[in-house]
Structures are given as structure tokens and as C-alpha cells.
Design a protein around this ligand. Structure first.
Ligand SMILES: N[C@@H](CCC(=O)N[C@@H](CS)C(=O)NCC(=O)O)C(=O)O
Length: 230
């Protein structure tokens, strides 16, 4: 009997992109459930809070029915299902703690400390330059780290690169020019060229286009119900 296909709760431009990249990279098929993050609803009308009390994506329904949240935990769970994959051997070996170090930095400093205020409609306008400065400092640090290496840890792609890509790609969404950090720019292009990344990004773009179409067709008052936070 084959593996049961797990449900993966995803967002059209969310940090959950990293989970999709990792799953594709190691060949674990997932059933994507696109979450309407404006309304915190699943396509069948279920409240997102019923499957993740934090009201966030990513979330993964495990074969025993439980829901696992937090990108780091989900990505580590997935690679642990494929102990012979390249991704897992890096994450298990001596460099495991470096991978965790990067995952923590990307999830806290870059995602929450840097980009989240730019996504929140409730962020006061005069905080925006402070957030941009915070992001620039972190991108500068990434650029320096990438001076003599192709990946964040060791000499191969790990879950840290999937995570980093999924967050740094938001520079495009917020029109942040990355040319001052050429090594980071080259790294992003290198990661973007991976088949797993191309497929995961394409899936998000298709979903985003579908959502834009549905929004345009909706009555005006229903187009933007709740402030969105990433
Ligand atoms: N610590 C969580 C953060 C997840 C997160 O912030 N996801 C965003 C989408 S990128 C979200 O669901 N935002 C809605 C909210 O926080 O209310 C993780 O690393 O998975």
C-alpha cells in the first residue's frame, strides 16, 4: 500500500511556499488546500482556526489526522520521511544545527521582524522605513554570508534555502531593490532555477490569478474584508 497523501494548507503568496518546495524537492506528493487568508476560510467553508488555532499557514495534516503547524517543524517532518534524500542527510549530519540556526533567523528576524510590518495594514506609515532598514540589514548579512558559497549551509540545498527563498522573494512584492546585494541576487536566481522551486512558484501564481479573478467578480464590499498579516 502506498503512502497516504497528506493535506497541506497553503497560501497563494505565503511563507508556506517553502514547505511546497521541500515536498517537491524530495518527492512527497501533498494535496494542496488553498486557504483564503482574508477570511481565514478553507475552500469548503471550514474556519482555518479549526485546523490551526493560530489562524496561520503552513499547516500539514499528518497521516494520524493531527495537524502540524510551523514551517520549520513541517519541513523537518517531511525530510525525516525521506531519510536517504540529500536534504535529510545535510539536516541530520554535523551541519544540522547550522540549518536550525538559519531557520530561526529567517523565521524570526527576516519574516516577522522584517517583512511582517510591511504586510500589515495596521502598521503606522512612519514605521515602514524602520522595517525597510531592518530588512536591509538582514539582506546585507545574507549577502556577506553568500560571498564564498552557493547555499546557506554546506555545499548543497537544504530546508534553510527553501525557507530563505520563500521569504526573500517578498522583496519583489514590496519593490525592494536587491541589486545592492549581488551575491544574494545571484543566490535567489540559482534557487529559483531548481525544478522544485519553479513548480511551487508556478502553483502559487496560478492560485493568485484565480483569487484575483474571484475578487474582481465579487460585490465591492466583499473584496477586502479583513486586514491580512504575514
Ligand atoms: N511561525 C510561523 C509563522 C507562519 C505565518 O506567519 N504565516 C503567515 C503567512 S506567510 C500567516 O499565516 N499569517 C497570518 C497571521 O499571522 O495571522 C511559521 O514559521 O510557520
Amino acid at each position: 500500500m502506498g503512502e497516504a497523501i497528506m493535506k497541506f494548507f497553503h497560501e497563494s503568496h505565503g511563507c508556506s511556499l517553502a514547505v511546497d518546495i521541500v515536498a517537491r524537492e524530495i518527492g512527497i506528493p501533498l494535496e494542496i488546500v488553498w486557504v483564503d487568508m482574508q477570511r481565514r476560510l478553507l475552500p469548503d467553508g471550514t474556519d482555518l482556526y479549526a485546523i490551526n488555532p493560530k489562524g496561520q499557514v503552513p499547516s500539514l495534516q499528518l497521516p494520524d489526522g493531527q495537524f502540524l503547524s510551523e514551517g520549520l517543524a513541517i519541513m523537518q517532518y517531511l525530510v525525516d520521511q525521506r531519510p536517504d534524500s540529500d536534504l535529510a542527510s545535510t539536516a541530520r549530519g554535523a551541519e544540522k544545527y547550522r540549518v536550525l540556526e538559519w531557520m530561526s533567523f529567517i523565521g524570526s528576524d527576516l519574516h516577522k521582524g522584517g517583512f511582517m510590518p510591511l504586510f500589515k495594514k495596521t502598521t503606522p506609515p512612519d514605521y515602514r522605513p524602520i522595517a525597510l532598514q531592518h530588512i536591509a540589514g538582514r539582506l546585507e548579512w545574507l549577502n556577506r554570508h553568500l560571498a564564498d558559497r552557493d547555499y546557506l549551509v554546506g555545499d548543497r540545498f537544504t530546508i534553510a534555502d527553501a525557507h530563505c527563498y520563500a521569504i526573500v522573494i517578498w522583496t519583489k512584492r514590496h519593490a525592494i531593490d536587491v541589486t545592492p546585494w549581488p551575491r544574494l541576487e545571484a543566490y535567489m536566481a540559482r534557487i529559483a532555477a531548481r525544478p522544485s522551486v519553479r513548480a511551487a512558484v508556478e502553483a502559487q501564481l496560478v492560485q493568485e490569478a484565480l483569487e484575483a479573478k474571484a475578487r474582481a467578480a465579487a460585490p465591492e464590499g466583499l473584496r477586502d474584508i479583513a486586514p491580512k498579516a504575514s
